[in-house]
Write a protein that binds this ligand. Structure first.
Ligand code: GLN
Length: 348
């Protein structure tokens, strides 16, 4: 009888471990993940404080983006132990745009390692707009860094595959693993951007002149345009960020998506150039590695703790979502997330 009960308990424990492996794995690897109650009140305050802010305007150089409802506003936090907190329009799928650049860099590093990726792309801030032609001419590397368009198109050109479709599918599958869900192209965004991306084609041809693009330039631009047109909602984006915060392990699936040793390089590049020529001001005020996209998303990573993603389409002059910046600054400040603050690791 006693033995039977022990057997039952052992069986139950084995079953529980099989059903909830992710929870136990995530909890054991995330001693500093913030508690839900801590975060909930702060996020609510930030949401209420900024929900009526109408500063900035939608990107309009991509026709699709000009007609997205500017009032949409969603916030999601995913912690390294996979607690999820969402507020506002969190089911809306917006185009990931430049935030994709982070994950294509991660994929290129999977294949090449950090040193070769650094040699082929570099990581210097340009101090110029994200689509600057002058930066390509002036920067000694020409590519600048992986998060301006030129450097990002060059990064996409590094992805292996026997043809364009295979390369594209590799990228999409990688993003999906980082988010823990199957992501898809928003076809209308892709068509809208592909019909108007002459500037990006010019950047790619200029890189070819300097021998700083590593596949057919137009093929690279086309795949890059597709990667920018991937749809994500705020929670999916926050989980992609949480994968970075969790040493490359997706906190929902437990899968090691990005090599652990690549994470510091990716986060350092996000700190230097994640918000383009506003990255210095962002580091000064917020102190979190982050990446923005002209679709209105920003994801910021608190290493070891989690990530916050905010979506709001109205952008400032640099092309960064106004509300997303304000919300993330508020939350990072109130939760002491700034990585440059000793308080972020508990020093009072
Ligand atoms: N797809 C956009 C472009 O190439 C991405 C730019 C961005 O999000 N900053 O212009």
């Amino acid at each position: 009888m006693y033995r039977n009960r022990v057997c039952m308990r052992v069986l139950a424990a084995i079953l529980a471990a099989a059903i909830f492996p992710v929870v136990s794995l995530a909890q054991s690897t995330s001693p500093v993940a913030p508690r839900r109650q801590q975060v909930e009140a702060i996020v609510r305050e930030a949401f209420d404080k900024y929900k009526s802010d109408t500063t900035g305007k939608n990107a309009d150089y991509i026709p699709y983006l000009a007609q997205v409802n500017p009032k949409l506003f969603g916030i999601a936090i995913v912690t390294t132990d996979n607690q999820v907190l969402t507020m506002g329009d969190v089911n809306y799928s917006f185009s990931i745009q430049s935030i994709s650049k982070v994950f294509t860099l991660a994929l290129a590093m999977e294949e090449l390692g950090p040193e070769k990726a650094f040699q082929r792309i570099g990581s210097e801030p340009t101090g110029r707009a994200f689509n600057s032609v002058n930066a390509v001419v002036d920067m000694p590397t020409h590519t600048g860094n992986p998060f301006v368009n030129a450097g990002a198109i060059a990064t996409t050109s590094l992805i292996n595959g026997k043809n364009e479709d295979e390369k594209w599918n590799t990228i999409l599958a990688f993003y999906s693993k980082a988010s823990g869900e199957k992501l898809a192209l928003i076809d209308e965004v892709y068509k809208s951007e592909a019909a108007t991306n002459t500037g990006n084609k010019a950047l790619a041809m200029l890189l070819a002149k300097y021998e700083r693009i590593y596949s057919d330039p137009f093929e690279a631009v086309d795949i890059y345009t597709k990667q920018c047109s991937v749809g994500v909602n705020a929670e999916q984006l926050a989980r992609m960020g949480a994968t970075l915060a969790n040493n490359g392990v997706n906190p929902a699936t437990g899968e090691q998506v990005i090599k652990r040793e690549d994470i510091p390089y990716i986060l350092s590049a996000m700190t230097m150039a994640g918000l383009y020529d506003a990255s210095g001001s962002w580091a000064w005020h917020v102190g979190l590695p982050a990446k923005s996209g002209v679709g209105g998303g920003i994801v910021a990573v608190a290493p070891g703790k989690g990530a916050i993603a905010v979506f709001s389409p109205r952008l400032d002059e640099a092309g960064n979502s106004v509300k997303a910046q304000k919300v993330i600054e508020y939350v990072a400040d109130h939760l002491d997330y700034n990585i440059f603050s000793p308080g972020s690791v508990g020093l009072k």
